[in-house]
Write a protein that binds this ligand. Structure first.
Ligand SMILES: *[C@@H]1O[C@H](CO)[C@@H](O)[C@H](O)[C@H]1NC(C)=O
Ligand SMILES: *[C@@H]1O[C@H](CO)[C@@H](O)[C@H](O)[C@H]1NC(C)=O
Length: 364
């Protein structure tokens, strides 16, 4: 009680000065699938992350930011709301090893009635923007409802992917969505066509008593069924790899080549636009998620193939955005926070020379 009284006294006596009366800006950087052991200031001496290291050097380095889930959708829902993913319905069933939204068009997502930090800050007069990955759903029942969209969660600006980056977005990489289902479908399709051929042969040699109409109907309906699925899979880049500005789709499928530059440009523009008012900018990188798309300038620079190149490119992007903060003289009034949504995608190591990952002090 005595301490409280003292505090009140001190607060009462203190006139708010210029610096404290102006609300601080908040700049959040979130990497995707980055392990704690992959940046310089956490002990990685073979990947160069000077910009992230500088943040640690000039600020504080935290070692206990524990992610609420090991995969994107639930961990990001917890980050935004401060609630356990299970309370927001974002901790899905173990869906073949994945507990995340697997399709952009899925009807699930972060419920509109949840309180995100963006909503709280917006009420406080902040200008709120998210640039990059969302992965917390888009629509509920119809295509223009946008119930789970960032603009319904307290952000007044969105530029990025409503879904997540997947290999399907990079034509040169093997697909990763529903791979087992596709293989099973392909096997079933072959069995089906052998069955049709067998029926035709038997009919021709009069071994079975079946009309041509039945055979034709059977063959046609099966063909339609398999075509439906294979065409659907072929359209995946159109369904899952799209880029939006607010509610509008600006690229479908998106071109990964241009994304790093555009993210920097939009982040800088957002900072410039809001130079005079408090802002929240959440830069949610597409890095370093598979397929580790890295622009030409950064390829082959690191000691860890595309994986390390991708981290170094992300670090460079952070440097570019921080320059904008310095340039606008906002450094002393901006809280800058860098984190990863969860640990490295270690289970992705198999079968690909690109996949690495290090969970540093948390490694098993
Ligand atoms: C949001 O709405 C759902 C469905 O009505 C309800 O179950 C949930 O508790 C609500 N969440 C919050 C944070 O109010
Ligand atoms: C640095 O990161 C790379 C890529 O994940 C990893 O292979 C390497 O083991 C890490 N080094 C240390 C010292 O953790």
């Amino acid at each position: 009680m005595a301490i409280l009284a003292f505090l009140l006294l001190v607060l009462g006596l203190c006139e708010p000065n210029e610096a404290t009366s102006q609300k601080p800006n908040i700049l959040l950087f979130m990497a995707d699938d980055l392990g704690i052991g992959e940046i310089g200031c956490y002990g990685n001496y073979t990947i160069r992350t000077p910009n992230i290291d500088r943040l640690a050097l000039e600020g504080v380095k935290l070692t206990q930011h524990i992610s609420a889930a090991s995969v994107c959708s639930p961990s990001r829902s917890a980050f935004l709301t401060g609630r356990y993913p299970i309370r927001t319905g974002m901790n899905g069933h173990d869906n073949g090893g994945k507990r995340v939204l697997l399709w952009n068009a899925a009807s699930g997502g972060l419920p509109t009635n949840e309180t995100t930090f963006a909503k709280v800050l917006k009420e406080q007069g902040y200008s709120t923007g998210i640039i990059g990955k969302w992965h917390l759903g888009v629509n509920c029942n119809s295509m223009d409802y946008f119930c789970h969209h960032p603009l319904n969660h307290g952000f007044d600006f969105f530029y990025g992917i409503p879904f997540t980056l997947v290999n399907e977005c990079e034509p040169s990489r093997p697909g990763e969505i529903a791979v087992e289902y596709k293989e099973k479908l392909w096997f079933d399709a072959q069995v089906f066509f052998i069955t049709v051929l067998t029926l035709i042969a038997n009919k021709k040699w009069k071994l079975i008593d079946i009309t041509w109409t039945v055979i034709v109907i059977f063959a046609l309906s099966g063909t339609l069924f398999f075509m439906y699925w294979f065409i659907a899979f072929a359209f995946q880049p159109y369904w899952n790899c799209l880029f939006m500005r607010n509610l509008e789709i600006v690229e479908q499928p998106m071109d990964l080549k241009t994304k790093s530059g555009q993210i920097i440009k939009e982040a800088k523009a957002f900072i410039n636009r809001n130079e005079d008012k408090p802002f929240l900018l959440f830069v949610s990188f597409l890095h370093i998620h598979t397929p580790h798309y890295t622009t030409k300038e950064f390829r082959g620079r690191s000691k860890h193939d595309l994986y390390g190149d991708n981290i170094e490119e992300m670090d460079w992007m952070i440097g570019q955005i921080l320059e904008s903060i310095d340039h606008n003289n906002l450094k002393n009034n901006t809280l800058i926070y860098f984190t990863s949504d969860h640990g490295a995608y270690l289970e992705g190591m198999e079968g690909s020379p690109h996949l690495k990952g290090s969970n540093g002090i948390y490694r098993e």
